[in-house]
Structure formats: C-alpha cells, structure tokens
Design a protein around this ligand. Structure first.
Ligand SMILES: [Zn+2]
Ligand SMILES: [Zn+2]
Length: 178
C-alpha cells in the first residue's frame, strides 16, 4: 500500500490492512513471515513542516527463523506499536552541514512521492526481532560431539564440557560472519 504525500496534503490517511503470510519479502534475512501481518494506523503530514510525514500504528505478525543454537525452526510472535517520522531526502541535501541532534536520530527519510507501507513494516519487524534468534531461552543447542539436537536426544557426550563451549563459540563466529 502506497502512502502518498500528495494525498496527505488533503487528509490524514488511515490504514487497516492484512498482508497474507509471505507477502512481505524478507529475502536475504533468513526470515519468513508465517502468519498474516495485520496492521492499523495512520499517515499524515506534520503541521508546519517541510513535507515531514508521521506514520503510526500497531501490527501483529508471526515470524519464523532458524534457531541460532539448535538450527530447528524458531517462532517469533510480534505485537508492537510504532510512531515514526520521515523527511523527504531533499531535506538531507539542504541540511547537509547541520548535525542531527540526538533526539532526531529516530527520523527516517523517504524519496519521491511517499512511502510503501510494506517497507515501513519490514523495517519495524527487523528491529523488533531479538538479536539472538533462539527457539527457546532454554534451548540446549546441538551436541558438538555427536551433532544431535540436544533438545530431542539425550546423548552421552558429556566427557568434555570445556570442548563443547569452544565449539559453541566457534559456531557463533560463523553465524556472525554470515
Ligand atoms: Zn533451539
Ligand atoms: Zn552428543
């Protein structure tokens, strides 16, 4: 759904949308939208501003990713609100020399005649997900010795726990590199 600034010049745009599972593209993020994303909110021009747009609302969605520890599927139900400000990119050119103060760090930018609601939502979902994507806080991960998922199989490879930890750290490094 395109949120047109031209339209906002006449009235506040209200939206109440459902994006079917998979509709929002998370390609390259190793993430999947597994439930419909339901969002409601509004988009309007900020009074007495230079085409600054305010978009606020609330959404729910369930995302799926691979667990960082055991590599099985992990689910992340999200239910979050947002209140965002966007300025036209032309504003950057004008204010190039002006330092953006702390309080304005939250401001985004848009190009052309407006913003795609899908793009706004994709960014919000990525921000809302935890840094470490685990299927559960108690996930035991994969056994470094036999390679079995320790949540499912109780293996007998406890001889060298220190070794396990070293492997875990190595695996973490590999994940960070990707
Ligand atoms: Zn796990
Ligand atoms: Zn094992």
């Amino acid at each position: 759904m395109f949120l047109s600034v031209k339209e906002m010049e006449h009235r506040k745009i209200r939206f109440d949308e459902t994006f079917e599972a998979g509709r929002i593209d998370f390609a390259g993020e190793e993430l999947e939208q597994v439930s419909p994303l339901v969002v409601a909110g509004s988009a309007e021009l900020v009074a007495h501003s230079d085409s600054e747009v305010r978009i606020k609302g609330r959404y729910t969605v369930e995302m799926a990713a691979q667990c960082d520890r055991c590599l099985a599927g992990a689910r992340f139900p999200l239910d979050a609100g947002f209140d965002l400000y966007y300025r036209p990119t032309s504003f950057i050119a004008k204010e190039e020399e002006v330092e953006i103060d702390e309080g304005e760090a939250e401001i985004g930018f848009y190009e052309g005649g407006g913003l795609e609601l899908e793009d706004v939502l994709r960014e919000q979902v990525l921000l809302a997900l935890p840094m470490q994507r685990v299927c559960s806080e108690d996930c035991l991960g994969i056994c470094a010795v036999c390679g079995k998922n320790r949540n499912e199989v109780k293996c007998d490879c406890h001889a060298n726990t220190a070794g396990d930890e070293r492997w875990g750290a190595l695996r973490g490094l590999e994940l960070n590199r990707n």
